[in-house]
Design a protein around this ligand. Structure first.
Ligand code: AOF
Ligand code: ZN
Length: 359
């Protein structure tokens, strides 16, 4: 009976330390792509002796920071890691070897790594060195959610796509960002930080100023500008004003872009599936598909998006404003079809209601 009790207590604590791993991992939100966010906690005799997280691709992994922090106290300790430790030489050496050399007693992982070069080999390597490895079942879902974009890219070879729009309380699409006190600046800049790119149409890009991050050294989202049926010249004023903005134009015909120097790729056909694949190949894990315009543009990429599973998630910001509509095209009355979203969550950010769900 004593043994069973002990085990129950150990697993309660597993959840506790794994939640801390997720919290630590999140500190690098928006900075690790194409790598996952990972957190690690080293615990000895019921006390946390080391903590770490993976700050950025190219830099050491979470385990390395946590083991460094623990020093000699890592010996005989339990290491909690939100993702299976890697067992390969990538930009950094294998974390399995670091854990073995530090002589930890056991390792608790939040989920296995879907990266085919790791995929359970990390766990096998630790076990072969006599280290006990267990999965923290209770937090597996939160560890997966943390890296939903990374997992999606690893398994499908495509970027994880989130469709976003902003509505007034009377259902009008609000398409000017940052133009008034009613804008959910805080939330939108948070969203921008977490996504690697934003897909917009050339029409939208011609007439809107799109935000860039003002923090020193911050990663900028890549603006992916979809140009369909543009004449030979495309002028994008915000790219001239916002020197920090990074952009690529995907066009269905050869065009010259103003300002000069912007990357232009000519595609045979404008198909969201192919675009998400191309972006994944370029190292993007996640993109926002900005859907705040009437007609053409982005809408033409989204035919049957729910059946084809092109988009994984939908985010809508409901602003506490009543918009005066400029014309009937701004109002979407009576959609002919609707489908329910899964795992819907809502929250409030700066007085705006945020709804999100999965396709
Ligand atoms: C871990 N801990 O903190 C992370 C892991 O190029 P590298 O060396 O950074 O390797 C990247 C791969 O390592 C990445 O695709 C994923 O499989 C794993 N990430 N693993 O044990 C970490 N960030
Ligand atoms: Zn590693």
């Amino acid at each position: 009976v004593g043994g069973v009790r002990c085990q129950a207590q150990a697993s309660d604590m597993d959840g506790h330390y794994m939640r801390r791993c997720v919290e630590l991992a999140r500190k690098a939100a928006g900075h690790t792509s194409p790598n996952p966010m990972v957190g690690c906690v080293v615990v000895r005799d019921g006390r946390v002796v080391g903590e770490g997280f993976h700050p950025k691709a190219g830099q050491p992994h979470a385990e390395v920071f946590a083991l460094r922090d623990a020093g000699d106290l890592a010996e005989n300790a339990t290491a909690y890691v939100s993702l299976e430790p890697c067992n390969h030489y990538g930009r950094t050496p294998p974390c399995t070897e670091a854990l073995i050399n530090a002589k930890v007693k056991d390792v608790v992982v939040g989920m296995t790594d879907p990266n085919p070069i790791v995929a359970s080999k990390g766990i096998e390597r630790l076990r072969s060195a006599g280290i006990d490895v267990r999965l923290c079942v209770d937090e597996e879902a939160s560890c997966r959610k943390l890296n939903e974009a990374y997992i999606h890219r690893m398994l499908t070879g495509k970027a994880f796509a989130t469709l976003r729009t902003t509505l007034s309380m009377n259902g009008v699409v609000i398409n000017q960002i940052g133009s008034g006190a009613d804008q959910p600046e805080g939330y939108y800049s948070q969203l921008l930080k977490e996504y690697d790119g934003v897909i917009i149409s050339s029409n939208f890009a011609k007439t809107n100023t799109l935000p860039v991050s003002r923090e020193a050294g911050a990663k900028q989202p890549l603006y992916i500008i979809i140009a369909q049926g543009e004449n030979s010249q495309l002028n994008i004023p915000f790219l001239k004003e916002e020197r920090a903005a990074e952009a690529v134009v995907l066009s269905d015909s050869p065009i010259t872009v103003e300002p000069a120097g912007v990357d232009v790729l000519v595609l045979d056909q404008m198909n969201l599936d192919a675009i998400l694949q191309l972006l994944a190949q370029r190292g993007l894990c996640s993109v926002l598909v900005d859907f705040r315009e009437a007609g053409g543009g982005i809408a033409s990429l989204l035919n049957n998006f729910q059946d084809d599973k092109l988009v994984q998630k939908v985010v809508v910001e409901l602003l506490p404003v009543w918009a005066v509509s400029k014309g009937p095209s701004d109002l979407a009355f009576g959609g002919s079809q609707s489908f329910p979203l899964k795992d819907v969550e809502h929250s409030e950010v700066n007085g705006c209601v945020l709804l999100q769900g999965y396709v």
